[in-house]
Design a protein. Structure first.
Length: 329
């Protein structure tokens, strides 16, 4: 599909959004980047020369202004705080904010709406390898974060049936440079690179390089089919392997103490209870641990064939993340 040069990135200040913005600018595109008011600009997009506008997913008027005159919308807004005691913000941003953006896109008449979804909305397959054909089927084991993302994707598909020219990308856990928050898994990698994670437990998740995700979104703009979803994942990798790669690259010792799963479950339960009592948040929760052993691997054949997407070795993205953390302590 041939589109004009004009694109807008919603959530350009975030981890994925900043990489999508940079990829578009480097491709010579006319880029408008929407960021929230009062936030420092992500160093990954400073000095790129794109147009900056302020806006918010919960302010539909600002979304209409951001999309005006743009043919392609790259939607990279997501609240990833799966550990919140009160999940209300997760639904407000990941469902209501998405609805606002899709309404704005229909009102403006954009020609492509690229939605960064998650592999969490893919169903479990008995074979251990799931594909886009597997409908979500594990609500009884899912956290509010997962349920909010699933609700958002279901809403997205409903809007596609109503005429939204949308393509969904189901993204695995991303690693790479520019993780400014950092993400919860990025923070653990940062600790590992400092030699501060001596222990490990038997958990794995599908992971991918952040630059590979950004490239997939640009490919989906041109080659993705409206109303379809595409799994964007590198490979299944254990956290022990991730932390070992990061520690080794930083010249630090990797994890060497094994924690049995029942012990880790007890630690997560206790940590969550203590955090609740003292009024703090923690990323170490039973829900996050459950996610890391419920979900398995994914078939990326559809993205590779239809989008012609080929990810780089995941180890490269992990090392790039460590280098970035060393430069931004």
């Amino acid at each position: 599909m041939t589109l004009s040069n004009k694109a807008v990135v919603l959530g350009a200040n975030g981890f994925l959004g900043s990489h999508v913005t940079r990829a578009l600018v480097q491709a010579g595109r006319d880029v408008r980047a929407m960021v929230r008011a009062g936030r420092d600009l992500n160093p990954n997009i400073r000095g790129l020369g794109m147009e900056l506008v302020e806006g918010d997913a919960l302010d539909q008027a600002s979304l209409v202004r951001a999309m005006a005159g743009r043919e392609s919308v790259f939607y990279c807004i997501v609240d990833t705080r799966a550990w919140l005691h009160d999940p209300t913000p997760l639904y407000r941003v990941n469902v209501d904010g998405l609805r606002n953006a899709m309404e704005a896109a229909l009102a403006v008449g954009v020609r492509r709406f690229l939605f960064s979804s998650t592999v969490c909305s893919i169903g479990l397959n008995p074979s251990g390898v799931a594909s886009e054909a597997d409908a979500f089927n594990w609500a009884d084991q899912a956290s509010d974060y997962v349920l909010a993302r699933v609700k958002g994707e279901n809403l997205f598909m409903e809007y596609c049936r109503r005429g939204l020219p949308g393509v969904a990308l189901n993204v695995a856990m991303p690693y790479g440079a520019g993780d400014t928050q950092p993400t919860a898994h990025g923070k653990l990698l940062k600790f590992a690179a400092r030699g501060l994670i001596p222990a490990y437990w038997d958990t794995s998740l599908a992971m991918v390089g952040i630059e590979d995700v950004a490239r997939a979104m640009l490919l989906a703009e041109q080659r993705g089919r409206v109303g379809e979803r595409y799994i964007i994942s590198g490979r299944l990798m254990s956290f022990r392997e991730v932390w070992a790669i990061g520690a080794r690259h930083a010249g630090r010792p990797g994890p060497f103490i094994y924690i049995p799963m029942p012990v880790m479950e007890a630690i997560c339960w206790l940590t969550k209870r203590v955090a609740y009592v003292v009024g703090r948040q923690t990323v170490v929760t039973p829900e996050s641990l459950r996610l890391s052993y419920v979900m398995k691997d994914f078939d990326t054949h559809k993205a590779r064939e239809e989008l012609r997407w080929e990810p780089r070795p995941l180890e490269q993205s992990i090392r790039e993340a460590v280098d970035w953390f060393k430069q931004h302590p």
